[in-house]
Design a protein around this ligand. Structure first.
Ligand SMILES: [Zn+2]
Ligand SMILES: [Zn+2]
Length: 422
């Protein structure tokens, strides 16, 4: 089995073969074996020696008693204890105990049925921006089908079954029905009696634990680690944790992160954070300072430079106060603040105050209209236009342009560009 004679006290090789630490749990061992065995399966062109090694390593480590002996005394002690047989089992048997029949049906494999892959179960997981900023772990309890531990997924006490009468073992049933004059519709559906397995188990032989269903419901708690800087849409996968079924490679449970809208911060362009801040006109002209509570609760002091005037809609940024980069959380994006200037309402200033303001602020160009020029002008009246009205007009214009573009494709670039700039 193992050409190389291991050193007397070598008790790490099996862990190395499976690529797990010595502290690996049964679950981790199982996972590591599954992954490596699929990769190295001779039916898939893998190295048979490596495949054997994997099976043997797993066989020993998955048995607490053998693992204990191996950990203390190494492989040789195990060989003695097991009566000289280094690998007492057929490696394919061990593989198939996981995956049922041959995992990769056809292709020259003489073993078993074609094995299908179970479906992945996808869950949306809502996370707040705070959670993505700070990182967190969420414990989620899910129920899933697990192969019945009592009958090992056979469904019967004896392991025997007979062909289903309902479908003659095909698992499918065809029904016909008349849907009109002389028209017959044929429908194929999964046989309800055997639920597609093609097998029937007699009442007496039925496994008492799963009632012949081969699987039982199991509660499972998964701990989902939301790492700093993860994004909405990002997937966190738990391999092989979805519903188990006989002759099926268990699918994955996949959590897709969905970032909840934050009332204050907006994440944009990767790792930049955008926040709006309203300034009074006085603050915009004469300076401001305020405290901004960040996503981790820190208070940032934001203040203008002496003499600085902030214009409506102006952006200002603070480096390294945006979102942390995923996997490099010590690096962060920018925190961008967009300032909005709240102007005083009409009628707030008396004519006297206006004159005062005029004396301070730069002169308006309209002041310089001469009486002659005024005489040449026509009187107009300004009225208010709501933001909705502007939007409606824009949309109408856009629709009009699109219709125009369809008629005349040659001339489409000019109006489009103009549209986009608005
Ligand atoms: Zn059972
Ligand atoms: Zn059936």
């Amino acid at each position: 089995m193992f050409g190389r004679v291991p050193k007397k006290s070598d008790n790490t090789k099996f862990y190395e073969v499976l690529g797990v630490p010595k502290s690996a749990s049964q679950d981790e061992l199982k996972k590591a074996y599954k992954k490596a065995a699929i990769k190295n399966h001779p039916d898939k062109g893998g190295d048979p020696e490596k495949f054997k090694e994997l099976a043997h390593a797993y066989e020993v480590l998955s048995d607490p008693e053998k693992r204990d002996i191996y950990d203390q005394y190494g492989e040789d002690a195990l060989k003695e204890g097991m009566g000289g047989g280094g690998s007492s089992h057929n490696p394919f048997d061990i593989f198939e105990s996981f995956f049922g029949g041959g995992a990769f049906g056809g292709g020259g494999s003489s073993r078993g049925r074609r094995q299908k892959r179970g479906e992945d179960v996808v869950h949306a997981l809502k996370v707040s921006l705070e959670e993505l900023y700070n990182g967190t772990a969420k414990k989620l309890s899910l129920s899933r089908n697990a192969i019945c531990s009592k009958c090992k997924g056979k469904g019967s006490k004896s392991g025997a079954f007979s062909r289903c009468y309902g479908c003659q073992g095909t698992g499918m049933k065809i029904t016909t029905r008349q849907i009109g004059l002389g028209m017959i519709q044929q429908m194929q559906h999964v046989c309800p009696e055997c639920r597609g397995s093609g097998e029937m188990i007699s009442d007496r032989d039925r496994c008492p634990q799963c009632k012949g269903n081969k699987v039982t419901q199991e509660k499972k708690v998964l701990e989902v680690h939301i790492e700093k800087g993860m994004r909405g849409g990002q997937k966190i996968t738990f391999e092989g944790q979805a519903d188990e079924a006989p002759d099926t490679i268990t699918g994955d449970i996949v959590f897709v992160l969905e970032q909840k809208k934050h009332p204050k911060f907006d994440r944009k362009f990767g790792d930049d954070l955008y926040v709006d801040h309203n300034l009074s006109l006085t603050e915009a002209l004469c300076g401001f300072q305020f405290a901004l509570t960040h996503l981790d609760g820190r208070q940032l002091l934001i203040k203008s430079n002496p003499g600085e005037v902030i214009k409506p809609g102006q952006y200002k940024a603070i480096n390294d106060e945006g979102m942390p980069h995923h996997r490099r959380p010590f690096m962060k994006g920018k925190l961008v603040i967009q300032f909005h200037v709240i102007f005083p309402e009409s009628g707030v200033f008396s004519p006297e105050q206006c004159r005062k303001i005029e004396s301070i602020l730069p002169m308006r160009p309209s002041k310089h209209l001469t009486d002659m020029e005024l005489d040449d002008c026509e009187e107009t009246t300004l009225h208010d236009v709501s933001a909705e009205e502007v939007k409606r007009r824009k949309e109408r214009q856009h629709r009009h342009r699109e219709a125009y573009d369809e008629d005349d494709d040659d001339d489409e670039s000019a109006p489009r560009v103009q549209c986009a700039q608005q």
